[in-house]
Design a protein around this ligand. Sequence first.
Ligand SMILES: [Zn+2]
Length: 591
Amino acid sequence: MSDAVRQIKEKLPLLDILQEYLDFTQAGDSWKARCPFHNEKTASFHVTPAENVFYCFGCHRGGDLFSFIQEHENMTFKEALVMLAEKAGVILDGQIKKPSTNSEKLLALMRHAADFYHRQLLLDSEVKQYLVERGLTEATVRLFRLGYASTTWDSLTTFLKASSYTEQDMLDVGLIIARKDAKGGYDRFRNRIMFPLNDPQGRVVGFSGRIFDARVENKEKAGGKYINSPESEFYDKSSILYGYDCAKKSISYEKSCIIVEGQMDLVMAHQANTKHCVALSGTALSERQLTLLARSATKLIFALDADSAGSQAVTRSVLATLEKDLDVAIVQLPVGADPADVIRTSPETWHKLLEKPLSYITWKCRDMRNSDARTLRSILIRDVFPALLSMKSPIILERALQEASTHSGYTFETLSKEFRTWQSNNKDALESFEPISDSLSSKALTLDDTSSDTSRIGTSSKESRLITLSNLIHLAKQRTESNENPDDVVVYAEEILSRERADWRERLQEEPRALIETHMMYGNAPLKHIFQSIREVTFIIKRDILTQQRNNLHIELRRSADMPERRNELLTSIQNIDSQLISLNDLYHRE
Ligand SMILES: [Zn+2]
């Protein structure tokens, strides 16, 4: 283990870091939580603080702080190292800290661009005034590093060139647009309020720019209300959720996430202290976004303005959410208002609305009250049935059918029958929603159910017995740290183990499952029991080693029929092993 890795692990105990993401309860000398890597109702994700390892008995993921961060934040080892070093205050040697690859250089460029835009905004009183009128505080502006891109064609380009970035670098991340008939390019974002788009680790990977109306001279040439960075090596529209980096802790804590539509809605929501909130930015929730949210939330609360709430993108997002077995709730906003408007006028109203969101079915059925049979049926077929189809749990489905029955006035039986008929007749409808069910086959759900009990004593191979033995010795030593006279069984076992697996101490953490299982089985057991198990495993290992040696000698003996001297040697060795086996038996049966 490198020095930096060891230092980081010492400074950042695994459980402390994981508590930022998960809700733990204590179980013996371990802690357990619902696994962030697969969907589950009961906790099978275990952490043993004494060992700084985790293991999930559901999806068999396990490891140390670094493997957790790599998996959870989707980082390479190097990225995790840099992030954790920063968190721990451990200085890495220059090689890693300095941007050594082109990707790191481009990420640094994006950060510099965000800083530049942010400074421009802080210097511009008119833009600042505009944001204040929209309800933003300066603290929020700073927190989200909002910026301003001026009306000129080259202010960013000039600034970045002065920081020794090339125009090719800027083209690569889409900050400039190539000129058609000349070399180089010009700033993509001009006269725009800039929202840096961060990845889940908070690194700037793109921008969204909202036009600053007050300085628009020519409406036709000004471009769209919003323009975004083009997709690049770092910026993949379908995986970035605006605000997620700031929201992730609160989402884990609240176990739910509010979905808003625009960047302004998001920064206002955070300002109103509803921090478990992310923004969609005009597209439907993608599978990757949903998987990310499903790791820590069990419920998504959609707070969208009335216009967009009926859109295809929202419907698809809701259905995909239901398919993931997450609860869906809808916050009904006043007509014509978006979350930013509501919060600016009255944060209290916003909080009240969030207190009693509607279920999706109730929300879809809200217009049923005074409808004629024809309209009723069309609402059922267009809005309600597709949602029912996405519900995998029979309990949830039944509850939803009951709700729909209450709203529509049809009996539960009639409605169920109607739904089943629609389901079997309407193959087209089924097929059009098929791509969403594909989204379930996410990486996080690839379960490996071949869980063999290889670490249990007596049922396993030599290799896994050695693992068990190293864990038991390790545990016994932890427990007897102050004990100056270690049990002779431990001394003997350690001798055998070290001969077979000289590096067993370094390899302990490579088997998090065995380590955690040992803690679960022996964490609270009397030391006597641990010694007894060590005695048993050692006996079996030693017996197997000797038996194997004895078998080999016998094979050689058969082959050396015409070599009397060799035969005598071999016979002596066999006798020697036999006496070792006898004394081993004595040792084992001695109390
Ligand atoms: Zn798991």
